[in-house]
Ligand binder design. Structure first.
Ligand code: BG6
Length: 304
C-alpha cells in the first residue's frame, strides 16, 4: 500500500487556515480541518476521524495512547469505519473483524469550505486486496462536514451486477471523564442483544449505566441519543440517519488487559456509542443502488 504525497495533497486540496495535510502518527496521512466552530482530523488510512474539538470544548473523541498507527492494523480510537461487515465475518472467522475499510488507504476526492463549514470527501473502491476478502465491486465515500457539529456520512454504492449484503458502523469512541459516571440516555425501552451472554433482551430499563464490561447492540433505535458525562459536565448528542442499531461498548478491566493496542487503565476514559446497521439491520443493496448512513456529534455544556 503506497502513501499519498503530502505536498501533492496540500497543493490540490489544501486551503490556508481551513484544510491542511500532514504526516500523522506512524507517518500516516492526516487531513486537518478547521472552521469557526471547531477543528477535526481525519486519517486517510481507514477513512477514520481521529479527533474532534468543538470550539470552547474539551476533545470529544478518544484515541488510545497505545493505538497502532501501522498499515495492516486498525487504529484504536476516533471513528473507525466498520464495513462491509460489523464484528466477526458472518461465515469466515479468519477475515478481519469489522471488515476491511478501516485497513485501507482511502483517496481524497473533494475539499470545500464556506464561511461556516469545512467539508471533505474521501473514497474507497474495490481493488485486488478488497476482492480477495469480499468479491464485490463497490464505491464507498466518507464525507466529513465540520460546522456547528461534526457530521460523518458513509455512502455505499453497489457497483456489482448482483445484490450485496452489508452491515456497518461508525464506531465512535467518545472521550469521557469517567465512564462509571456517564450514562446513555435515549435507549430506554429499546430491545437489545447482549454480546457478552449471546442473549436478546426485551427492553433496556432506564438510562444505560456502565459498571462492567458492556457490549450491546440496541435494535430499532431512535435517531438521537445523549451521552451524559457528569464528570465533564457535558452531554454529547449523537444524532443519526439511516441507522437502525446503536452499539454500546466498553471493555472494562479484564478485556482491556487482553488488548495490546489499549492501555489497561484507559477504559474509564472512553465509551463507544456506535451508529450502526448490524445483526437484524444488516441490509441488502440491489445493483446500482446506494445507501447513506450518517452521524452527527454535538457537545453541549450542562448547567444542572
Ligand atoms: C465493538 C464490538 O463494536 O467493537 C465489540 O461490539 C468489540 O465486540 C469492539 O470488542 C472492538 O473491536 P475491535 O475489532 O476494534 O477490537
Amino acid at each position: 500500500m503506497s502513501l499519498p504525497d503530502i505536498n501533492q495533497l496540500n497543493k490540490r486540496f489544501g486551503s490556508a487556515g481551513r484544510i491542511a495535510f500532514r504526516a500523522g502518527a506512524g507517518g500516516l496521512p492526516v487531513a486537518a480541518l478547521a472552521g469557526p466552530h471547531g477543528a477535526c482530523e481525519v486519517s486517510l488510512y481507514g477513512g477514520q476521524v481521529l479527533g474532534y474539538k468543538p470550539l470552547g470544548h474539551a476533545p470529544v473523541l478518544f484515541v488510545s495512547r497505545k493505538a497502532w498507527h501501522e498499515i495492516g492494523k486498525p487504529i484504536r480510537g476516533g471513528i473507525p469505519v466498520c464495513w462491509p461487515w460489523f464484528g466477526a465475518h458472518p461465515a469466515e472467522k479468519n477475515k478481519p473483524a469489522h471488515g476491511f475499510a478501516r485497513l485501507q488507504m482511502w483517496s481524497m476526492l473533494t475539499a470545500e469550505y464556506s464561511a461556516q463549514m469545512t467539508d471533505i470527501k474521501l473514497g474507497l473502491c474495490d481493488s485486488e486486496s478488497t476482492r480477495a476478502l469480499w468479491p464485490h465491486a463497490f464505491d464507498l465515500t466518507l464525507r466529513v462536514i465540520l460546522d456547528t457539529t461534526l457530521r460523518v456520512e458513509l455512502t455505499t454504492r453497489n457497483c456489482d451486477k448482483a445484490p450485496v449484503t452489508i452491515s456497518e458502523a461508525l464506531h465512535t469512541y467518545l472521550l469521557v471523564r469517567d465512564v462509571a459516571h456517564t450514562t446513555v440516555l435515549g435507549l430506554d425501552g429499546v430491545r437489545y442483544f447482549d454480546a457478552l451472554t449471546g442473549q436478546e433482551h426485551a427492553a433496556q430499563k432506564g438510562a444505560v449505566h456502565v459498571h462492567g464490561e458492556t457490549d450491546r447492540v440496541y435494535h430499532d433505535t431512535n435517531p438521537e441519543c445523549r451521552v451524559d458525562d457528569a464528570g465533564l459536565g457535558r452531554q454529547i448528542v449523537v444524532a443519526k440517519r439511516n441507522s437502525h442499531s446503536t452499539v454500546v461498548w466498553n471493555p472494562w478491566i479484564e478485556k482491556s488487559k487482553r488488548m495490546s493496542d489499549f492501555g489497561a487503565d484507559e477504559y474509564p476514559q472512553m465509551l463507544c456509542v456506535e451508529t450502526a446497521n448490524a445483526r437484524q439491520a444488516t441490509l441488502t443493496l440491489p445493483p446500482g443502488e446506494q445507501h447513506t448512513m450518517a452521524l452527527s456529534l454535538r457537545a453541549d455544556l450542562k448547567t444542572t
